[in-house]
Write a protein that binds this ligand. Structure first.
Ligand code: NDP
Length: 483
């Protein structure tokens, strides 16, 4: 039994509605994805309880809309302070519920703190603009300006893979902008959300502003998406669920942060030794369960062999095991079913031209970090989102060919290119059809104030606090007639 799982264990976890802990008729056992040990019993909400949470958020709208910016900023600043004090506990919660190796959980908590800090800062600079009305013949004698008003109740639906920071990317800007929230965390990772809700309460957030409803996506999530009192749904998760949400959301605003099979181009003359560590992090951190995980590498033929050799050597050194071990780099996928799915995808490559250069098997129930070379485009490991520690490496003869390969995807979140050529960097930045192009780094690069989101099946809308605040506010115009 893992010692630290026991330390974060507590029996029952309740819904958080209108500042109250609410019991439910049903509870589900939450188990560690690594050890299978029970961590907690989680309240399972139904449609009625979800509606109660929406009631609370709806009724708290006025309180939030009238709260001055400095007060919203102060609450978020207090959250930053409290989370710094409780950073170790926070990281242990993430590791217990998601099997994220503790080194990465600590990094997630550090980023979450920054995300709330950005939100606190952003609360004070939500601005409109003045309009030069006399630019139109009919506008002479008028002055006017825009303001950005809170949108109201925001339904936030979050995935398991960054249970604290991806919640912060929704809750932080929502509060900065003066909105209220009904948060539905992934069923495997509710503890991080409940923990954050308690921190917000301690920081002085009024009751009803942040409500956490745990339960099945098909019940709680759908009830949020279909309720007319919810003005916006912000969703991070799989493309299939995201597309379903979009089709049911009607006129609600929707931000969808979906999946990807992110790619990296390595140009000729790149110093391979300098990039191996970043490629390891990009492909294998959090077991590859990262929406911008490095899944496809297109290496120039001049550096292909050297890259494969050195990348494979480094991959074989990675420590696999207990996520609470500070040395562990790779631990269990979120469910056994996910490991089976990915093994099936790896198996599919065996009847093709592809070669498995590293990994490919389960070790003590954990999928080894896997490198596959010469993978055809139609293999699932190439064209679908692996969301696992699996990366393909293919040879190309030019940056143009590589860009075409990267773009030949249903997804378009971020792409990276290592190149010493300004011409090639500029070409890639102009031609890659993605939400973000990262020059001289892996596509996995993200800091929390940058605009972040995708094109094609990777979604719609942008996160990154300033950009999320734009999505979470509505523009209102006031025009004064001076005559
Ligand atoms: P899912 O889409 O399975 O779940 C995401 C959330 O949606 C969960 O809270 C889930 O609840 C809920 N949900 C499930 N069904 C419905 C429904 N019918 N209506 C409303 N909500 C529903 O994704 P995962 O948690 O498995 O996360 C992995 C995915 O997230 C990957 O595709 C990954 O790429 C993507 N992702 C994208 C990011 C980005 O910023 N672009 C960042 C991180 C991840 P429940 O858990 O109860 O099923």
């Amino acid at each position: 039994m893992s010692k630290n799982v026991s330390e974060v264990k507590s029996t029952k976890k309740f819904l958080m509605i209108n500042g109250q802990k609410i019991e439910t008729a049903k509870y589900a056992s939450l188990k560690s994805p690594y050890s299978g040990e029970e961590i907690a019993e989680i309240a399972m909400a139904d449609k009625e309880l979800t509606a109660k949470a929406i009631d609370a958020a709806y009724n708290a709208r006025e309180v939030m809309a009238k709260m001055p910016a400095y007060e919203r900023a102060e609450i978020l600043e207090k959250v930053v302070i409290l989370l710094k004090e409780k950073a170790v506990e926070a990281a242990e919660i993430i590791t217990a519920e998601s099997a994220k190796p503790i080194m990465f959980s600590k990094a997630e908590v550090a980023r979450t703190i920054e995300t709330y800090k950005f939100a606190a800062e952003e609360a004070k600079r939500i601005q409109g603009e003045t309009i030069p009305f006399d630019g139109a013949t009919g506008g002479v004698g008028r002055i006017g300006y825009t303001v950005r008003e809170p949108i109201g109740v925001i339904g936030a639906i979050t995935p398991f893979n960054f249970p604290m920071n991806l919640v912060a990317h929704k809750v932080g800007p929502a509060i900065a902008a003066g909105n209220t929230i009904v948060l539905k965390p992934a069923s495997q990772t509710p503890l991080s959300s409940l923990f954050i809700a308690e921190i917000f309460e301690e920081a002085g957030l009024p009751a009803g502003v942040l409500n956490v409803v745990t339960g099945p996506g098909g019940i709680v999530g759908e009830a949020i998406v279909e309720d007319d009192r919810v003005s916006m749904v912000t969703f991070t998760g799989s493309p299939s669920v995201g597309i379903g949400i979009r089709s049911k959301a009607g006129l609600k605003k929707t931000t969808l942060e979906l999946g990807s099979n992110s790619a990296l181009i390595i140009d000729k003359e790149i110093d391979i030794d300098q990039i191996i560590d970043r490629c390891i992090m990009g492909a294998f951190s959090n077991q590859g369960q990262v929406c911008i995980s490095l899944q496809r590498v297109y290496a120039h033929e001049d550096v292909f062999e050297e890259f494969v050799t050195k990348f494979t050597e480094a991959t074989k050194q990675l420590r696999i095991g207990d996520p609470f071990d500070p040395e562990t780099y790779i631990s269990a996928l979120i469910t056994k079913g996910e490991a089976e799915r990915v093994l099936g995808w790896i198996d599919e490559t065996k009847g093709s031209n592809a070669n498995i250069a590293a990994g490919g098997n389960l070790k003590d129930g954990i999928l080894e970090p896997t490198i596959i070379t010469n993978a055809d485009h139609d293999l699932k490991v190439s064209c679908q989102e692996a969301f696992a520690p699996v990366v393909i490496v293919n040879k190309v003869s030019s940056v143009e060919e590589a860009v075409n390969q990267v773009n030949d995807s249903r997804f378009g979140l971020q792409a990276g290119i290592y190149t010493d050529s300004v011409k090639n960097a500029l070409y890639a930045s102009q031609e890659l059809h993605v939400g973000g192009v990262i020059i001289n780094d892996v596509p996995t690069f993200r800091v929390d104030q940058m605009p972040y989101g995708g094109v094609k099946e990777s979604g719609t809308g942008r996160e990154g606090i300033k950009y999320a605040v734009e999505e979470m506010t509505e523009m209102k115009l006031t025009v004064w007639n001076q005559s």
